[in-house]
Design a protein around this ligand. Sequence first.
Ligand SMILES: [Cu+2]
Length: 134
Amino acid sequence: MTGAWARSTPEGATNGVIYLTISGPTDVLVGVAVAPSDAASVSMHETMGGAGDAAHMPGMDMSGDAGAAIHMAALTTVPVAPGNEARFEPGGRHIMLEGLHHPLVRGMTLTLTLTFRIAGPMRVDVPVLDNPPA
Ligand SMILES: [Cu+2]
């Protein structure tokens, strides 16, 4: 697990996003979670159609035409293997927090629980940043 970070959000934002890279051993990521006090639900998504991070910009209305144009597919499993790392990065796969209970503010740390088919649950500290780590 490397490069985990969550993008900061302004007051009132309902969605947040976490990125990280997972390398082997061979396993399958089958679940993601954060503390119930942070968000109502967490899921793995794949962004399609070149919308990239815009899908998660604060205030973005995902309903109606805008939502149709920016297609995000939920992923139930993500395979991991040596030499075939699972990358969650801006514009592609991401871990999406919906129903945020508070803004994500730079300096905070979220506790993300990744559940793997073989290895079971693993906790990752996720710092909240304004921009991707260098
Ligand atoms: Cu998403």
